[in-house]
Design a protein around this ligand. Structure first.
Ligand SMILES: Cc1ncc(COP(=O)(O)O)c(C=O)c1O
Length: 461
């Protein structure tokens, strides 16, 4: 492909950027597949084949910039982040060694310091493949901290135990699975109003110690997936310190509040944790993925990633101490930090904070409307998450109420009105709304509400 042709294709893609006309194609798997075909060619298809493929992809993929895209914690990428992503593609940088990624290494290091600064952390960490991986990194560092040398010697017959709330994200189970302790070694602590109960946590730790097991990590959540609630980080840090256990905060979702002067207090106490996860690809709008794992102890990452001592052919340059590959589980790694860098430069902390404020304002507006509506029950509102149920019809059982929620959600999605999640909260299915991108403004929440009411009236049970 000639550079001019590439420019032409990029223009074509960017023209679609502001298009929010339809949410999704409404096509099923087979229809989408046949629209996308062919997937391979024996003979060169040239630029025309690529143009057709771009059209097919734009026609059949979900438009995350649509104001009705309410299903996830992300929406369309920030323009500055798209530019950064393209820049890293053009130079095709990989992050393992300073020698091949000098500027990207410095940018990542400075972004780690900048995020750390907002949280009162000293400035150490690494960009990862996402919040799930950042949580897993927390588990790995905690294991090395509890069992020094375990990255080399393994678990030495110890039964490690991890603790998180019942409302923590499923990546905590993934972390337990992937570090080899198994998901049964994760003790899920009950919540009070969506927050981990510190007393129950303390008792569970004491119990596990009495059982001869080794508690090694408490994972608290700042911004839970369904309810958007924030665990009491001060209280949990105190318990962690008392028992000598690593405290990791999953701030993948709620970490965006670090940028907002108005909502920063949600994260009070984060500075006392040992590590935390932060996703810039959620409310901050960086394109997928842009996630950081931050730690207090500078030495823990190199101790945990001791296997990188074997990568001498990569790390034998004079600046090997600067090579971020030495503290990452990845070898090839994208220069994701540039995406946050460009957005931060363009919008400043102030602009990114306003983005967070406007998402929360939109959700607050919806929460008020739901509270006042006779057909709806506001189950919870925290951060940008609004959980909703329908006022039960007379003699309607919980199960029938659950079916109503599921049918409404499907109706809204099938009719391309909006895409929203449903999820179990306190044993009942709820509609979970979140505003995670600026196209979800107050007008969009009103549109969502009227669609919700219409769907509730139209579905037949
Ligand atoms: C609280 C929480 N932690 C972690 C994750 C996982 O993040 P990622 O999708 O970046 O792996 C999510 C995803 O939504 C989340 O809600």
């Amino acid at each position: 492909m000639e550079p001019e042709e590439m420019e032409q294709l990029l223009q074509k893609i960017l023209q679609d950027f502001r298009n929010t006309s339809s949410l999704h194609s409404g096509l099923n798997y087979d229809q989408i597949k046949s629209r996308l075909m062919p997937f391979t060619l024996d003979e060169p298809g040239g630029i025309d084949a690529v143009v057709k493929a771009i059209d097919a992809y734009l026609d059949t993929s979900v438009n995350t910039g649509h104001p009705g895209f309410l299903r996830a914690f992300w929406g369309p990428s920030e323009p500055a982040s798209i530019v950064a992503s393209l820049l890293t593609d053009v130079r095709n940088t990989t992050m393992h060694s300073f020698a091949v990624a000098p500027s990207a290494t410095i940018i990542e290091t400075e972004m780690i310091k900048a995020i750390s600064d907002l949280a009162g952390f000293p400035g150490h960490g690494i960009f990862t493949t996402g919040g799930s991986n950042s949580n897993e990194m927390g588990f790995l560092c905690a294991r090395e901290d509890a069992l020094p040398g375990s990255s080399v010697n393994g678990l030495s017959g110890q039964n490690l135990r991890a603790f998180s709330s019942v409302e923590a994200h499923y990546s905590v189970d993934a972390a337990a699975n992937m570090i080899g302790i198994g998901t049964d070694a994760l003790i899920r602590i009950p919540c009070i109003d969506g927050k981990m109960d510190p007393q129950a946590l303390n008792e569970a730790i004491i119990q596990e110690k009495q059982n001869g097991n080794l508690p090694f990590i408490i994972l608290s959540t700042a911004g839970t997936t369904v309810r958007g609630s924030f665990d009491d980080l001060n209280a949990i840090s105190e318990i962690a310190q008392k028992h000598g256990i690593w405290h990791h905060v999953d701030a993948a979702w709620g970490g965006a509040a670090l940028f907002s002067n108005k909502h920063r207090n949600l994260l009070n106490g984060i500075e006392k944790a040992d590590s935390f996860a932060f996703d810039a690809h959620k409310m901050i709008g960086s394109s997928m993925v842009c996630s950081a794992f931050l730690v207090h102890d500078e030495s823990i990452l190199s101790r945990t990633m001791s296997h990188t001592n074997r990568g001498d052919y990569l790390f034998d340059d004079p600046n090997k101490e600067l090579s971020l590959g030495r503290i990452s589980p990845q070898c090839g790694r994208r220069a994701d930090a540039l995406k946050l860098w460009f957005s931060w430069l363009e919008q400043g902390k102030k602009g990114l904070g306003e983005r967070v404020n406007s998402c929360i304002d939109a959700s607050k507006h919806l929460a008020h409307l739901v509270e006042e509506h006779p057909q709806l029950i506001l189950v919870s509102f925290s951060f940008s998450n609004v959980c909703i149920r329908f006022t039960p019809h007379s003699n309607e059982t919980i199960e029938q109420g659950n079916q109503r929620v599921r049918k409404v959600r499907n109706y809204l999605e099938d009719h391309a009105k909006c895409m929203v999640l449903d999820s179990i909260l306190d044993n009942q299915l709820v509609i979970r709304f979140t505003a995670s991108h600026p196209n979800v403004d107050k007008a969009a929440t009103e549109e969502f509400l009227s669609n919700l009411i219409e769907a509730n009236e139209k579905i037949s049970l």
